[in-house]
Design a protein around this ligand. Structure first.
Ligand code: NAD
Length: 311
């Protein structure tokens, strides 16, 4: 009787994060990658990261870094990962036929209770799983990078995903300390990217119209809206900005509508304005400094997540 485990398919950025998240809650994790060298490096990297987190009091869960690392195993044979897994988190590249091909292999091995969950950022679950024979066991669990410190997981069932599978996925995410939100039905971009794109589109239009420059439009978020949004959603913000949401609506609905009607149509983020934005950003952060800035971003997110936990 092999003990049940969680299988991680793909050992890149997202796969490593999921492995650490599940191990932090005490789950046995088996990680798989098509590229053996990548898999070996991934396991070494996980060990280094866990040690670093422990040393800096960032480690999740109640187990030591060593105990967590001992829960993570790698396998070159996909059958050993899929068989006896109660949950599979797929984290391979965002290429439709690559994912579908992997699911065809999984179809031949997967048990009837196992959940196949995809980390996809863009593909609708119905498109990903239409040819998957066990498609009622399929779901999307879309994380936000870096998931170890940014807890949101968007859970999107396909039209044929059973209620039981959705519930078990949400419960698991809750249990391991992520913050799941379930969409009632699939929609392109899910929720996070629809909101993100609405913001990027408006930023683009404001720059294109010469209203504000790149540095200042980003400041509107980092020094203004973003400060609130790390703690309060836009709806709750509105609720607090008047004597409740109903009063907010009677105070502001008309003017909001009048402003919103002046929005331009959806822009294509290309052409002259895209070039201007790119040049201004590269002046601030040259391309050879992107990694440095990414490290700073991750560290800032870590500090923010700790502040939020204390709140
Ligand atoms: P990545 O390129 O870092 O890692 C992908 C890994 O999959 C590589 O190690 C590769 O060797 C392996 N792989 C390729 N084909 C495989 C196969 N057939 N079987 C097993 N392993 C295979 O990619 P990532 O950034 O970790 O993204 C993985 C998924 O997560 C994508 O669907 C992506 O859209 C999604 N996602 C990424 C982010 C992000 O910011 N990176 C955020 C949310 C969701």
């Amino acid at each position: 009787n092999v003990p049940k485990h969680i299988g991680i398919l793909g050992s890149g950025i997202i796969g490593k994060n999921w492995a650490m998240i599940f191990a932090s809650a005490g789950y046995k994790v088996i990680i798989y990658d098509i590229d053996q060298e990548q898999l070996i490096n991934a396991v070494n990297d996980i060990q280094q990261q866990l040690k670093y987190f422990e040393k800096n009091q960032l480690l999740r869960g109640n187990l030591t870094a060593n105990e967590q690392f001992n829960l993570i195993e790698s396998k070159a044979d996909i059958t050993e990962v899929v068989k006896n897994a109660f949950f599979l988190q797929e984290c391979i590249p965002e290429v439709l036929n690559l994912k579908q091909k992997l699911y065809t292999t999984i179809d031949e091995i997967i048990e009837n209770e196992t959940i196949l969950s995809s980390s996809t950022s863009t593909f609708l679950p119905s498109i990903l799983s239409e040819g998957f024979l066990h498609r009622n066991q399929f779901i999307v669990s879309h994380p936000v990078n870096p998931p170890y410190f940014v807890p949101l997981v968007e859970i999107i069932p396909a039209p044929w995903t059973t209620i039981e599978i959705t519930k078990r996925t949400r419960d698991l995410m809750d249990e391991v300390g992520q913050s799941p939100v379930v969409l009632n039905r699939e929609v392109p971009g899910f929720a996070l990217n629809r909101i993100q794109y609405a913001i990027i589109n408006e930023c683009f239009n404001l720059v294109e119209d010469g209203i504000i420059n790149v540095e200042n439009i980003d400041k509107v978020m980092t020094e203004g809206l973003g400060m609130r949004y790390a703690f309060l959603g836009p709806l709750e913000t509105a609720h607090l900005n008047a004597e409740g949401f109903s009063q907010y609506c009677s105070n502001y609905a008309e003017s909001m509508y009048a402003v919103s009607k002046t929005f331009k149509s959806v822009p294509k983020i290309t052409g002259r304005t895209a070039k201007i934005i790119s040049e201004e950003l590269e002046k601030k952060i040259p391309l050879n400094k992107l990694n440095e800035k990414r490290k700073w971003r991750d560290l800032s997110l870590i500090k923010l997540s700790q502040l939020k936990k204390k709140n």
